[in-house]
Design a protein around this ligand. Structure first.
Ligand SMILES: Cc1ncc(COP(=O)(O)O)c(C=O)c1O
Length: 444
């Protein structure tokens, strides 16, 4: 289908595949209280409690989490040196931080938050159904031999561009489940190899992500022993990600950073289908309300959240419908059609979406490593465009005016959420660095 987008200051650049910032005109004050939303802030609080309950089990199965008592947490790092390398030194940029989910334990990406959560919550529910665990019982039972032999008779399946498959596959295998990951054609070879080595069955589709998910869902529907982690519809994934907001709030508090109307918090979240950035944004709005300004970021050829939300259509609009290609090196964000569930939830609370060119991802990946030793994959570097767009672009200034932020931007805190990278094999990472260095030198 061909879709004609409404007139908007971002439209010409969007359609030409140039980086741009789109502002969400459905954004409402206190948007999280919209009674029509299919989710409630109380569910975030419950997910935080579930993470706490599961922590001892996670610590047992993943000893790399022993330093945090089984919590899946990442550091908040000020971009001291990197700020200079990227050009965010002047006072108008406030303070710039990196939320280092690229180094999350167990799965090496933000997907550890959603994928692990859904698999462990499913395991708990299955053990209860089979009488192995009572309400309020000891979650360590899930690592015992009886639970293991139950899980061996069940399969967990998921569609993935790579990182969700890694996180679900690792979690499922650790508990003893059979695991099947359906990969889109964008999936990188090393992610497939890593899963295969863990005993995960990988089905490689010669199709894009949306098609891989559809085919995987159809297979699961015909077989009751398969539990399908549905990236397009899952509330559990979304809630797993949402608990990251409380973690960030604690880190900001420890750093003595105030967040209120006069000290705004800007957060830049790489977006594929929307679950990870949507969950984190929802959690942040639940804590900080209108003082948190959340933006998604997408590749110039795969801006699925931008085109759908800009279209105002009740039917999902894909990037193909407006003539874009969905071709990008940022495999985690190579998604043509966003989640309908996330689109509904983000409607009244997302500030906007901006797009980035692949070349810039490689430049930022190189600068993050050379200036602060941070290891990223291309998707994970996308948020670095955020401060420039919100502080200095015409649309960014229009946003500041509409939100009453003029005069407060020097007090702002910008969070660039870096979402993956720790697991990239050394040889591949060196190739990323070489490409980034060449592009940085060429840009002068
Ligand atoms: C590194 C990275 N960043 C961001 C995302 C986007 O997450 P979502 O597809 O939930 O929007 C992904 C998805 O796989 C990813 O791998």
């Amino acid at each position: 289908m061909t879709v004609i987008l409404p007139e908007n200051p971002a439209k010409a650049d969007l359609l030409a595949g140039n980086p741009t910032l789109w502002l969400n005109d459905q954004l409402r004050p206190d948007g999280i209280s919209d009674p029509g939303l299919p989710i409630r802030p109380g569910q975030v609080i419950s997910s935080e409690a579930s993470w706490r309950r599961l922590a001892p089990l996670l610590e047992r199965l993943f000893p790399e989490t022993s330093g945090t008592g089984g919590q899946i947490r990442s550091d908040l790092v000020e971009a001291q040196t990197l700020k200079g390398a990227i050009g965010y030194c002047s006072a108008e940029y406030g303070r710039v931080f990196i939320k280092a989910d690229g180094s999350l334990p167990v799965a090496g990406s933000i997907k550890a938050r959603g994928g692990l959560f859904e698999v462990f919550m499913h395991a708990e529910a299955l053990a209860m159904q089979h009488g192995l665990l009572a309400e309020g019982g000891d979650v360590m039972t899930l690592a015992g031999t009886e639970a293991m032999s139950l899980f061996q008779r069940h399969t967990i399946a998921v569609g993935s561009t790579g990182n969700l498959g890694l996180s679900v596959g690792i979690a499922a295998r650790a508990l003893g489940f059979r695991a099947v990951v359906h990969m889109s054609s964008d999936a990188k070879r090393w992610k497939v190899d890593r899963l295969t080595n863990l005993g995960v069955e990988v089905v490689q589709h010669e199709a894009d992500y949306t098609t891989a998910v559809e085919e995987a869902r159809a297979l699961a529907e015909g077989d009751p022993s398969i539990y399908f982690v549905d990236d397009e519809r899952s509330q559990l994934l979304f809630l797993g990600y949402s608990a990251a907001a409380r973690e960030l709030a604690g880190q900001l508090d420890e750093a003595g950073i105030i967040v209120d109307h006069d000290h705004p918090l800007f957060v830049y979240l790489p977006c594929g289908i929307g679950g990870a950035p949507g969950g984190v944004a929802y959690g942040l709005k639940a804590i900080f309300g209108d003082a948190a300004h959340c933006f998604f970021v997408e590749p110039v050829q795969s801006p699925c959240a931008l085109v759908h939300m800009m279209s105002g259509s009740a039917e999902l609009v894909s990037v193909y419908d407006v003539g874009l290609t969905n071709r990008t090196e940022a495999d985690g964000m190579a998604v043509a059609r966003m989640s309908d569930f996330v689109a509904q939830v983000m409607g009244p609370m997302l500030s906007g979406v901006f797009t980035v060119a692949d070349e810039d991802l490689f430049r930022w990946l190189y600068l993050a490593h050379s200036s602060q030793g941070i290891r990223l994959e291309p998707s994970a570097a996308a948020g670095f465009a955020g401060p420039e767009f919100t502080v200095n672009s015409p649309q960014g200034r229009a946003y500041q005016t509409s939100q009453g932020l003029i005069g407060h931007m020097a007090n702002a805190t910008h969070i660039v959420w870096t979402t993956g990278g720790a697991f990239v094999p050394e040889e591949q990472f060196q190739q990323f660095l070489e490409r980034g260095e060449a592009l940085t030198t060429a840009a002068g």
